[in-house]
Write a protein that binds this ligand. Sequence first.
Ligand SMILES: C[S@@+](CC[C@H](N)C(=O)[O-])C[C@H]1O[C@@H](n2cnc3c(N)ncnc32)[C@H](O)[C@@H]1O
Length: 880
Amino acid sequence: MGKPRGRKGNRGGGAGRERQNWQAVAKENEKFESYYNQQGFIPEEEREAFWEAIRRDLPNSFRFTGSRGHALAVQEKLKNHYVPEITSIKYEGNFVEPPRAIPWYPDQLAWSMTTPKQVIRRFAPFSSFQKFLVAETEVGNISRQEVVSMIPPLLLDVKPGMVVLDMCAAPGSKSAQLMEMIHAGEEEAMRQVTEQVENGTASAEPMGPEGLSDDGRTTGLLIANDADYKRAHMLIHQMKRLSSPNLIVTNHDATMFPSIKLPSPPSTDGKPSKNRYLKFDRILADVPCTGDGTARKNWGVWRDWNFNNALGLYATQVRILVRALQMLKVGGRVVYSTCSLNPIENEAVIASALERCGGSANVRIVDCSNELPGLKRAPGLRTWKVMDREGRMYNSWKEVEERKESEGINGLGRVAEGMFPPTEDLPLERCIRVYPHQQDTGGFFITVLEKLTEIRAKPEDSSKVIPKASIAALTEELDFKQKNGDAQPLEKLNALDDLVAPDQEALMEAEKNASVAQATHQLPYSATNQTSPAKRDAEGMEDELPSKRTKLEDGTEVVLGDRPVHAPAPEAESENVETSDATPAPTATAPAQSQSQPPQKRKNGQPVEEPFKYLDTNQEELDPIYKFYEISERFPRDRFMVRNAEAVPARTVYYTSALARDILVANEGQGMKFVHCGVKMFVRQDVQHPDVCRWRIQTDGLKILDPCLGPARALTLTKKETLRRLLIEMFPRVDGDAWTELGEIGERIRDIPMGCSILHIRPDAGEEGFHERMVLPLWRSLHSVNLMLPKEDRRAMLQRLFNDDTPLVNTTQKRQAQSSTPVTEPVKGEETPVEAPAQTEEDVIKSENLALGEDEQEQMDTRETYTKADGEEDRFNTTV
Ligand SMILES: C[S@@+](CC[C@H](N)C(=O)[O-])C[C@H]1O[C@@H](n2cnc3c(N)ncnc32)[C@H](O)[C@@H]1O
């Protein structure tokens, strides 16, 4: 596994050293090579190519992200501008290889490039291309992602309207793909509904095609989970760019992922109605793994590979997959994936999980040979050997038992019967293996499973696992004592795990998840006494992730980015998770405060997670907002959420989908660890003018709200040059005759009353390289206007649309400099503040805008904003 890269402060020089190490590292590991050569699943004639490829640097690859229309608009710049420029470069007598679209990725939205660094440094078109890549990556329009890592979401076959769980989601590359699929077709569907509303043919009820029946908005949901709290926040950061109200981020151990309650339907017969639990249409189990398929970019694989790592992960991987199958709807799909090539982490896990779930009569391995045409792949394995921690190979569990019998368990590691090829005739060849030499990628394993019927998973059989090494000593001691007539019978030894004191964290986790462990037929966490990979990851991360100290409301300082405090799950409450409306047996009652907000506890150095509270539809702030922006009553009033216990709109009002709301409300105080949900819709702007709405619309929420807004605050921009001016100049003046400089929007700007207005960008036909329709908030002050767009977004758009990287102009700053008033830079990622040129307005700036982004809002943003260090995502051998 990857090693810590040093603290944030060391990153500058560290990255260079890291690269040197990577170049210098000997890409040799005898155990690694001997293990795969002995397994023999890479055919003899391909073996050399396999090892040659795995030692070579990995090509760079990336994906255009966001809604399809937007992603295609950004991709167009690459295709039509940079690729032709790059292909004209000759290096050492040959034309250089331009970036190439991945043939099996839909709409050419994923690309890969092998250009050598010397070429990138030497040729100007490359530096401009690099600027484009950097700018678009910074704003989230391009996401660096390994090619093979893009496969699992595609095979999950997600459609809008589906309920999807990503069990091990951080840092979130695959979650982003899943989210895009849940929203696929939304822009078009919303446009059609808007047209029908406008021409009076719309029904009163929400409408739209299947999965998009919420007036064109998707009804689907993605729950993205990660057991590691800090990594869950990397995930939030990655996902925020997609601005989806259909996302919930949770922080649970996936082996014991809690069942999620749904609101109970009203009772018809006076009896309390049954509890209902959420089942998923699709689940991605992209589990923690040894990651030896990432050897092309993770030097730790060459340095540290040993067979024991896989032995330690197998049990967790099986538990995650079994839990996934339990939570899946009948007819639903699970995709299991790893970036490891080891059959113990792959085919063995599939076979073991199927065995625990009743075999192929209940769960089918889906044949995907016709999916993703163009993707070169190898079939899954039917036979393999298992190596113990000492490097001895076994063909069967029987051989392990014989060795145990004759020489004890020392050196066997956590070998288990399930690691061997199954006795049931499973079509494991339907699993997909992708090898580095097939199409110059990393290595990957993917399997698609379909649930055929409800299942009741068998409990784990601990007699078929070699006990942990620490227990070996006790075994031997007891064995010795028994031989000397001085101990318990040996049959009891299977319970030896209980004799080893579990660590406190594991105990607490087990306590919290007792009900789930029971419901999922898992051994309680402490009884298995195994350090979860999540814990291993977290331990590995302690030194390397930035920690930020912040003040809590009572003034105490805490370190952000650690585990939050959550209310414990109701103790020992069992539930039947086999059916979606099962009723948990009320063996224990939920804590008294479960209906209200749980008390906010705080462990040393741990932040308190703000509650998610929905506004009453009659909340007094809503009416003026609806009135000012002429929001149609079609837009639901019951999905506005705030993050404070009092449920009052203080700084930000978020919007979530209906299902996300139902889940947050029904599970409040029930021990679910929700860490993120909602898109910022309205942000408070403490304007002094009585006629100006004090809630401005945030860019993130505007796309959702736009079809329901009336014309009073709208203006339309059609010319590229006008947009350029608004992007470069932060506060162009509009007083006097200055509005005439703003082209086709000048007159409307002059006349529109102060406050937040809505800028529709509808490019004129014939404007070259300017086709994408957009909607952005624009603030009209007394004397100027301001596009409410973060600076990095302005720069990326300037680069893309105009090839322009001139610095942004802040006229307020100029003016303030003249009047020697101090200027405050907006927080990175924050929209530029609303400007107020007149003296009185400058005072207002201080009180209004400088307050923005401070206080609890800033705390929330900081916690939801995770800044990645160079290459940080590689530390866990993930394939992002
Ligand atoms: C292979 S990475 C996932 C990569 C991710 N799917 C992506 O595409 O960006 C595995 C993740 O699993 C998380 N993890 C480890 N053990 C876990 C567990 N028991 N439950 C849930 N998540 C776990 C790790 O924190 C890590 O982020």
